[in-house]
Design a protein around this ligand. Sequence first.
Ligand code: ASP
Length: 583
Amino acid sequence: MYRTHTCGELRLSHTDKNVVLSGWISKQRDKGFVVWIDLRDRYGITQLVFDEERTSTDLLENTRKLGRETVIQVKGKVIERASKNPNLPTGDIEVLVTELTVLNEALLPPFTIEDETDGGEELRMQYRYLDIRRNPVKNNLIFRHKVTMEVRKYLSDQGFIEVETPYLIKSTPEGARDFLVPSRMNEGQFYALPQSPQTFKQLLMVGGMDKYFQIVKCFRDEDLRADRQPEFTQIDCEMAFVEQEDVLNAFEGLTKHLLKEIKGVEIESFPRMTFDDAMKRYGNDKPDIRFGMEFGELNQVAQHKDFNVFNSAELVVGLSVPGGNAFTRKEIDNLIDWVKRPQVGAKGMVYCRCNDDGSYKSSVDKFYDQDDLAHWAKVTGAETGDLILVLSGETNTTRSQLSALRMELAERLGLRKPDEFAPLWVVDFPLLELDGETGHYHAMHHPFTSPKPGQLELLDQDPGAVRANAYDLVLNGNEIGGGSIRIHDKETQAIMFKHLGFTQEEAKAQFGFLMDAFQYGAPPHGGIAFGLDRLVAILGGQETIRDFIAFPKNNSGRDVMIDAPATIDAAQLEELHLKLDLE
Ligand code: ASP
């Protein structure tokens, strides 16, 4: 038997017990006449003691030679510690060792296995198995397990059935490129890895499964963006005989359950906001509503004076920074520089101080008098002591610039508190989105999303105006879930494909199986998918999803531990009927 107890288990009540422990040497302290070892496993740390009085000389000498991270097994007796460590659950006791076996030696790790390590990100990724021994990473993985268990428990209790869908499939359009797998047995043909199980979960509804979920890997070959993983995990769900309201209620239930079980946070009901409102009030379809700084549109009160920058703008929009009048001139200049950085791209920014005596002082005093500025304050909700910041230009661009500024300000002012949770449903998304580059419309969510009742006709006249039965669940400024009520009849689906630029033949070749299935009694259905990695990170009070994935890829999509992707040899290429021409 390797062990009678784990390294996190022993307490004063075990005093005088003979125990066997196994684990890794985490630390060694040698005081000459006495040696202590911190023995570590997943469950904790137990102090081992060896001394001249009670330990054989051989054992004491051998113990001195052991390096960090050596895997050992010890036998000994639990004794009360002379100086207790209240920071350690096992801190009242130590184990006086009588026998030690080295189970495996260890090379010196390339970084220290401690909570605060000296290893850089890349090095830790390369030796991820060592990184996982560190508490922060280990605890994140345990936390993730806890969340997924709660998800499974809750959904199963609600009558959802977990069904696995295949990974070797045909393209499912979720707006990214597919990862492709060449087929050895079918020359010249390829599988695609699923961007999501979208079509399969719809087919499960046609199959009468009624309520489905799956915690499932999805694969998207996207250009690199910070904190995206080419493979990631979704909690994928679908329900039959539902309207939007039913889906929102079901998954508000799941989210509430998680917040309560995992964070002890109870939220009565989640607010809802239309996409249009979110854009108008926050410049963003996933607003962080833990703090205010809502937008105020100033066209009415700021145009038609003599300030041409505003007069020529499609949108003049501002927000009020609470307490912002305390910013120094230098701090304001720094914010102006911040919005002018190429990543944000504003040409400039107007500001107005709301002084304690009720007067205003703006950077455009030449054009606006106190009455004008009082209007600005009213529209942006500014009070004495605040600072109004105003941007102008083309509507969408200006909104997204001000939104970036709002988030930056919140960060600087410490308003994005990780222990506060503000969920929000954003509903009524546009069905289609105009691609600026190609001039074509594409599905904003995916091509299986249904338009709002009665809006199908609008598709011909004003495609951009059609609203969809599509919704996102936003948590603290992050989209954690998104879904829709689906099209469930062949005719509507065909109209959608037509508007998305598919010929009839293309639609049939790619999605004929789904359209066929719709002819065999497809129930009305809809669903949602949550991004599990991000959900777990946010619940864990952190932002980086990589820290919650056991073996993540780096920012270039590489697994630096196993060194993938990698070239393959000529024989394998040939077997797959592939020729590489790397010139
Ligand atoms: N398949 C969708 C996605 O991955 C989710 C859904 O519509 O249920 O975003």
